[in-house]
Design a binder for this molecule. Structure first.
Ligand code: HEC
Ligand code: HEC
Length: 414
């Protein structure tokens, strides 16, 4: 056999070598076939991860993946929204690449991470976010923390995505966000799958993850969802305290008096008189933002925020979901992002002021009954000391690791 044939045999063997086939296997195949040549011994190695190494350097090591599948969670965290979509280290790694890849937008300018920034709890500091070619989102971007640990399975502020898998490709085909909309001469999702199929690191990553190089919508969804589901934050001051008691109602030994007071206000339902004025009890936040996950109660209706971002008189009463209230602030107590679907509220104090007086609006036919006791808009009648206490408590919900852990950061070298 001539050298050329040896190479061909080795390459074919490399191509048909399915998952689990390591770099060493490919090298062995080559050295086995090239043992007989009489002259010109050239060493050829076929590295199945050459493009991964070129693009990501040491950020992704296929032989030693980051741990996404078996992360520790506290014993008191019981809610689980994974469904039948288990996280694996392989598909979360592929999901990480997709999440940070600008190739997912029509003109290679926008990635998921453009609007979901790790150092701001995977939210955006802008009120509305910039998409492709001057497009702007119509709602404020959402933080992506502990999405897995929740009862509500639907996603987006208005819950229009039935589950996370379906959600993940909606920004890609959104005309304003990533642009594969099929409108105005732009390509559609099939254009994206063909585009990704030609990129060498995706050939390697899809094969590594799924056994062959085929790029499908389903595979993209599973991988992005795994990556997002892996983003977890359980190292807050709240968690340190919660681990030392049996339930949320006990005073946390690591909290100040004020933080414990704020916790009680958060957890305890208010007691109202016939006019809707709070006479005793707490502020009732826990009814809708349920500790210890602080995820949204699936039965929650609208909370009285009925505007449209950057619009003086628009109305949108459809929003009934919030991301977890964990990591509203970082561990230093600084607000990560503007709050609510309109991004109008920029401090916890402003949030409390909103809930303090809910004004009934005849156009809001979707206001949650918990906020209109006896048919009146609630008046919590909060004192300054109560506001200070609940602010202090909300600031205990910010973690540290999720902002800096490399496994959730961009893997791209440049
Ligand atoms: C141009 C900015 C932008 C880009 C790019 C973007 N998002 Fe978003 N994301 C948003 C906004 C705005 C919302 C809230 C939209 C709404 O509710 O109508 C959102 C909501 C979400 C949610 C819902 C969270 C929840 O708790 O309900 C998820 C999950 C998400 N995005 C994931 C992604 C993924 C995955 C990508 C990339 C494929 C991506 N986003 C790209 C702006 C963006
Ligand atoms: C009746 C249910 C309900 C109650 C009670 C409630 N909330 Fe909310 N909360 C919501 C809903 C729904 C949203 C999302 C609203 C939107 O943006 O349209 C929300 C949003 C928020 C946000 C913004 C989250 C983000 O990611 O921007 C914060 C902070 C918040 N609530 C804190 C509180 C606090 C503190 C209390 C108690 C004083 C409270 N909530 C009481 C339903 C409720």
């Amino acid at each position: 056999m001539r050298l050329q044939s040896f190479i061909t045999v080795a390459l074919i063997a490399g191509i048909f070598c399915i998952t689990g086939c390591s770099k060493n296997d490919a090298m062995m195949l080559i050295s086995a076939t090239k043992a007989t040549p009489t002259s010109n011994t050239t060493t050829i190695t076929v590295d199945p991860y050459a493009a991964i190494k070129l693009t990501f350097g040491t950020a992704i090591d296929p032989a030693n993946l980051e741990n996404y599948a078996n992360q520790d969670k506290p014993a008191y965290i019981l809610k689980n929204n994974l469904g039948n979509n288990p996280i694996t280290d392989k598909n979360a790694t592929l999901g990480r690449v997709l999440f940070y890849d600008k190739n997912l937008s029509i003109n290679n300018t926008i990635s998921c991470s453009s609007c979901h920034k790790q150092n701001f709890a995977f939210g955006d500091t802008a009120v509305v976010s910039a998409g492709v070619e001057g497009g702007l989102t119509i709602r404020h971007s959402m933080r992506l923390i502990n999405t897995r640990f929740a009862n509500e399975a639907k996603f987006f502020w208005n819950e229009r995505a039935a589950n996370l898998n379906i959600q993940t490709t909606m920004p890609i085909v959104d005309h304003l966000e990533m642009g594969f909309s099929g409108q105005n001469g732009r390509g559609d999702f099939a254009t994206l799958t063909s585009k990704l199929s030609t990129i060498n690191y995706y050939k390697e990553l899809f094969k590594f993850t799924f056994g062959d190089t085929v790029v499908t919508e389903n595979r993209i969804q599973t991988s992005l969802a795994s990556f997002i589901n892996s983003i977890q934050s359980f190292d807050s001051k709240y968690d340190i305290g919660r681990a030392q008691v049996n339930n949320d109602n006990q005073a946390f030994p690591n909290f100040t008096v004020q933080e414990n007071q704020g916790k009680t206000l958060f957890l305890t339902p208010p007691v109202f008189n016939a006019a809707g004025l709070r006479t005793t009890g707490g502020l009732g936040c826990n009814a809708c933002h349920n500790a210890p996950e602080f995820d949204i109660d699936p039965n929650t209706l609208n909370n009285g925020i009925i505007g449209i971002a950057n619009s003086a008189n628009g109305i949108d009463i459809t929003n009934t979901r919030a991301a977890t209230l964990r990591d509203i602030t970082n561990a230093n107590g600084a607000i990560n992002t503007p709050m609510m679907h309109t991004g109008v509220l920029r401090s916890i104090r402003a949030v409390i002021n909103h809930y303090n007086t809910i004004n009934l609006n005849p156009r809001n036919t979707n206001l949650d009954p918990r906020l209109r006791p006896g048919g009146n808009g609630q008046n919590l009648n909060v004192t300054d000391a109560e506001i200070a206490a609940i602010v202090a408590f909300m600031q205990t919900l910010g973690g540290t690791n999720v902002y800096v852990n490399k496994k959730w950061s961009s893997p791209f070298l440049n």
